[in-house]
Design a protein around this ligand. Structure first.
Ligand code: ZN
Length: 450
């Protein structure tokens, strides 16, 4: 039996390198009732279970603020049970689910509550929720805020789903004003409607090259510029999701210098793949915005500290909707929820000297702070004991059999990564260890602190 007042730790992690965004040290970590109770050298042994973390990196659990588990209503594409297990296998302990592609979409408080209940029943990770900003949902934003959403997601171009229409200029303006009142961020999918629509019509063909040509960088730049301007006018907090180009990041950084409250997110696939991979891999690598000719500039921006958050934008579907060779009608979305940390360790830490502290900032502290997720993203006394134990040097090759997501489609299959998650702990419970999901309890809903 455990008592919340008990000073006796349930678990002690021994001799790991404890990494936070602001520094690292060799220490033991004691966990009591799902929270971090102590961080120090040579904590006294007692009745606690001991975990040997020697030679391992102890990072805060990864917080993935952009993914689509499609629960409830479209769980044949993914689902909270499979999606959250895949996240946990990649070191994740908390996610924030997008208001689409669940169906009905999360556009009012009733749908927020329905999704919350569905994920409380299915997820092994803790979670928050995004509300949707569409024409017609502005009047629902207040009640969605009261139901605990972290912010509102809008599309500046076609979302690919009829039931989640694009936010036209007026909707975006009204939505940002309302979000500013509610003190919650607006997240935008920034690709320009006119450009993507016109090129979609003008460019014939269903191949990879035609698809890539139909969504050029300029579409992203145009939309980012407008979103930044609207955020400036309304005073809304803006979150730019899945920035695919260094140029768009640079533009947002400049706006930030001028006082716009903007956070910048990119995804592991923009850091790992390029256009050449789209031709090589096929429709599993189709996403919007698409992969770019190169990612050097994006990496430069990230290494300079100009990217705030890396999130997966895990957006799976069922195999029938990914028709090989048909980039026009295949579902756009990369299913990579399990591989975010692997990409940052392999291509960032090992290939580009990205520090572990910066990784902790990008996938732990910054997402938790930006969306005000209480006690998440840091290894500090009193915080939730959300942790991952990582062997930074052990390599693995990702096989389809190792994927916990519902459908084993991922452009990362066959890739070798240096850096392996050995164990994931969510509020003190080991939910993943040595390749196996071990969770016995479910995740909890987390809403932003006021
Ligand atoms: Zn998305």
């Amino acid at each position: 039996m455990k008592y919340s007042t008990s000073p006796v730790p349930d678990v002690i992690l021994r001799n790991g390198t404890v990494v936070n965004a602001d520094g690292s040290r060799l220490a033991d970590v004691a966990i009591v009732d799902g929270r971090i109770a102590e961080i120090d050298r040579d904590l006294p042994a007692g009745t606690a279970a001991e975990v040997d973390a020697r030679g391992l990196i102890v990072l805060p659990g990864l917080v993935d603020v952009h993914l689509h588990f499609n629960e409830p209503g479209r769980t044949e594409w993914e689902g909270g049970a499979t999606g959250s297990r895949a996240l946990a296998a990649g070191g994740g302990t908390t996610f924030v689910d997008m208001p689409l592609n669940s169906t009905p979409c999360t556009l009012n408080a009733a749908e927020v509550n329905r999704k919350r209940a569905a994920l409380e029943a299915s997820s092994v990770c803790d979670f928050g929720l995004w509300g949707g900003l569409t024409p017609g949902s502005v009047s629902q934003m207040g009640e969605m805020a009261a139901a605990g959403v972290v912010g509102f997601k809008a599309f500046m171009c076609d979302s690919g789903l009829q039931e989640f229409p694009r936010a036209d200029e007026q909707t975006l303006l009204d939505g940002m004003k309302e979000a500013a009142q509610l003190k919650l961020p607006v997240a935008v999918h920034a690709e320009d409607e006119q450009i993507t629509k016109a090129l979609g019509k003008a460019i014939a063909g269903t191949g990879a090259r035609e698809f890539l040509a139909s969504r050029p960088v300029v579409a992203e730049i145009e939309a980012v510029e407008r979103a930044l301007q609207l955020a400036k006018e309304t005073g809304a907090k803006l979150h730019l999701v899945h920035m695919s180009s260094g140029a768009a990041v640079a533009m947002a950084v400049e706006a930030r210098r001028q006082g716009v409250d903007v956070s910048i997110e990119t995804c592991p696939h923009y850091l790992y793949f390029t256009e050449r991979d789209v031709e090589r891999i096929g429709v599993a690598a189709k996403c919007a915005p698409p992969l770019r000719p190169d990612n050097d500039e994006l990496w430069d921006e990230l290494l300079r500290g100009n990217v705030d958050i890396v999130a997966s934008d895990h957006s799976p579907t069922e195999p029938a909707m990914k028709k090989e060779g048909d980039f026009r009608s295949s579902w756009g979305g990369i299913a990579g929820v399990q591989s975010t940390l692997a990409v940052l360790l392999d291509r960032g830490h090992h290939a580009r000297q990205l520090s572990m502290e910066r990784i902790a900032a990008l996938v732990c502290r910054a997402p938790a702070e930006r969306f005000r997720l209480r006690n998440k993203g840091r290894i500090e006394i009193g915080c939730d004991a959300d942790l991952m134990l990582v062997d930074p040097d052990e390599s693995f090759t990702l096989g389809a059999a190792e994927l916990y997501q519902r459908h084993k489609t991922s452009p990362y299959i066959g890739s070798t990564f240096r850096g392996t998650v050995r164990r994931t702990i969510r509020r003190g419970e080991t939910v993943f260890m040595d390749g196996k999901i071990t969770a016995t309890t479910k995740g909890r809903f987390v809403c932003p602190i006021s």
